[in-house]
Write a protein that binds this ligand. Structure first.
Ligand code: PLP
Length: 631
């Protein structure tokens, strides 16, 4: 049943029920579960259409606790002197509903926030975190950013301004002298050590970020000269997101711990070592160094970090720092599932029995029919090539006007049948022929899904990210078809044809034939990190509807909150359209038609009423269930 590897990538949060449906375990164990199909039933009752993001705040809470526990148990094991002050990087998921829940869950862990821009800082400071939680400010800063951080200190916030360049530092020092106090300062180190995987460029000497040793020395000199040695609180580094290999984590840790210890020993009052983000998510469930996986567990990551820092600080004879982790992907990815309905659209071929070859048809059609009948395991390559040529000649004859449209249709039916047979013998042969592999790929069913890849899973288009995708019902039935998934955009890029398959990539997904009387739903999993912030409005598709599903510890559905997606009017307004201009445009044209007698006033009024209602329309397709509801 588990064709899709759910037990491997689900991390204890997702599984398949006896009924053959996907179920969610919000606490990461089997004690409590809810079926995704049940959530869709509730969505239909509430008239919430797909595509739909379902958020599970309990998964977020559990995953955050897993991260905290991993570091805390490592600290206990190695009798570590320092504490943990993890922060969540705002950019990983800035949706208000998400951050609200994260902040609630984070209080018990003294969890803070990391920001990289002025608007992120502005939004983050409105949250009343635990008084000891950190606000780490990375990224490039202007005077307004820095002044806001100083004001935040006045509000009692634990702000650390992490310096990306010495000019920034000069501004901070001048400002501090002017106002008579200073925030805590951090230095981002440009390490020689690099990460691994897709974001390797974030680390290493060529990285865009951080201070090299010469710049670092200059920064230390500036601080000392200004009498701000005590204000230098943090050393920070980040070697990239989704680090795939643990050895890269260890190398970076050794280098950074040494930088920390040397600066501390030269008389600065360092307290925090910020190890950045980078803990991977095992999207394909392979637990390897493949680019959508990682070859370590969260516990191994934490153990290595803590052990190395402890060891180096002992060697250098200095106090161990508080550890700041900025891992965001590993905290956020699991909590969100995107659900949508899928229909198979493209019909290829036809019933060969219905398309009899008649004596009047062109001889090449009869040749193709004979090839189909006589094809076997020995001759299939040759017969396939001959028939390919017949097909091309028949198409040329049609273009020159020698064939009727019916003969063109017969050519397509025969060719389709011939490919079926040739592929059947190819699969049996055990041969490896590129031509037939390509033929196989070209014939996967095309399933049209009611969503936009540009809006909901932009990383697939931008960086070849893979997410687990699977049907959420009918998992006790054999999925006999292989398909690719096309989205609604008028763009050939909007086609999902790469799927996770333990350290490899599958080019099709096993799917069922949708039934005419019920919607067929698929889920995109582990989409809670980065996707929502990066999605765009290509083709005027906007943010999708959301349901936030809260489950109590004893398995009861406590609440389902609805967050409406963007409607047509909202998206048009983002693109500078004004409602009144649109209405006027329709009105003028309709009036002209009434005046000319092309339509009567009744039609005009009816159309105008519809037009007004369209501003609040969901831009995605009406699904089968919503057509019933709306109808
Ligand atoms: N910290 C910094 C400075 C980053 O640039 C990033 C993202 O690349 C993160 C933390 C979060 O990384 P991740 O989500 O992979 O844990």
């Amino acid at each position: 049943r588990d064709l899709y590897g759910i037990d491997d990538w689900g991390s204890g949060y997702f599984g398949i029920s006896d009924k053959g449906t996907v179920e969610v375990f919000p606490f990461g164990n089997k004690t409590t579960s809810i079926e995704l199909a049940k959530i869709l039933e509730i969505a239909a009752e509430k008239k919430v259409q797909t595509p739909l993001i379902v958020r599970f705040p309990q998964i977020l809470d559990t995953q955050l606790t897993r991260l905290q526990n991993a570091f805390r148990s490592a600290m206990e094991e190695f009798k570590y002197d320092g504490d943990l002050r993890a922060v969540f990087p705002f950019k990983v998921n800035q949706r208000k509903e998400f951050i609200d829940d994260l902040v609630k869950s984070g209080r018990k862990h003294v969890y803070g926030l990391e920001v990289g821009t002025k608007p992120e800082l502005f939004a983050a400071l409105a949250y009343d975190l635990h008084p000891e939680a950190l606000f780490v400010c990375n990224g490039f800063k202007d005077s307004h950013f820095i002044e806001l951080a100083f004001d935040a200190k006045k509000m009692g916030k634990n702000v650390v301004l992490v310096i990306e360049g010495t000019d920034e530092l000069k501004f901070i020092i001048n400002h501090a002298k002017k106002v008579g106090y200073c925030v805590d300062i951090g230095l981002r180190a440009k390490l020689y050590a690099k990460g691994s995987g897709m974001w390797e460029k974030s680390g290493g000497v060529g990285s865009k970020f951080g201070l090299n040793s010469v710049e670092m020395m200059e920064a230390l000199y500036l601080l000392e000269e200004a009498g701000f040695k005590d204000q230098l609180a943090m050393i920070h580094y980040h070697i990239g997101s989704q680090i795939t290999e643990i050895k890269r984590v260890k190398n970076a840790m050794k280098e950074a711990a040494r930088v920390y210890a040397k600066i501390l020993k030269s008389g600065f009052n360092l307290r925090y070592l910020n190890i950045g983000g980078g803990i991977g998510v095992d999207y394909d469930g392979s637990k390897t160094s493949f680019y959508v996986s990682h070859n370590y567990t969260m516990q191994e990551f934490a153990n290595d970090v803590i052990y190395i820092i402890q060891d180096i600080c002992k060697e250098e004879g200095c106090k161990a720092p508080h550890i700041v982790s900025e891992s965001g992907r590993a905290v956020a990815a699991y909590h969100a599932v995107l659900l949508t309905d899928v229909r198979e659209v493209e019909k290829t071929g036809g019933d060969i029995e219905e398309w009899k070859i008649s004596p009047n048809d062109h001889k090449l059609l009869a040749d193709m029919m004979t090839a189909i009948k006589l094809m076997n395991g020995k001759n299939f390559v040759e017969y396939y090539h001959d028939s390919l040529q017949s097909r091309d000649e028949l198409f040329t004859l049609f273009n020159l006007g020698y064939l009727e449209i019916e003969e063109r249709a017969k050519t397509e039916v025969l060719y389709y049948e011939l490919c079926n047979k040739a592929l059947h013998f190819y699969r049996q042969s055990g041969m490896q022929l590129e031509e037939f592999d390509e033929l196989e790929k070209s014939r996967f069913g095309k399933y049209m899904a009611n969503f936009s890849m540009f809006q909901s899973i932009p990383d697939v288009l931008g960086i070849d990210q893979l997410f687990p995708v699977m049907p959420i019902t009918r998992l006790n039935e054999k999925a006999q078809h292989h398909g690719v998934i096309m989205d609604l955009t008028c763009d050939s890029d909007g086609c999902l044809d790469k799927f996770v398959d333990k350290r490899d990539i599958k080019h099709s997904l096993a799917l069922h034939i949708p039934k005419s009387n019920e919607p067929y739903h698929i889920g995109f999993f582990l989409v809670g990190a980065y996707q929502e912030a990066l999605g765009n409005n290509h083709n005027l598709f906007g943010a999708v509807n959301e349901l936030i599903v809260r489950i109590s510890k004893n398995g009861e559905l406590e609440a389902i909150e609805e967050v409406k997606g963007e409607d047509v009017g909202e998206i048009l307004r983002i693109m500078n359209y004004r409602d009144e201009d649109i209405l006027l445009g329709y009105e003028n044209q309709l009036k002209r038609n009434v005046l000319s007698g092309a339509i009567d006033q009744k039609d005009c009024d009816r159309i105008m009423k519809k037009v007004k209602g369209f501003f609040s329309e969901y831009p995605y397709l009406l699904t089968k269930s919503s057509i019933e509801i709306i109808g």
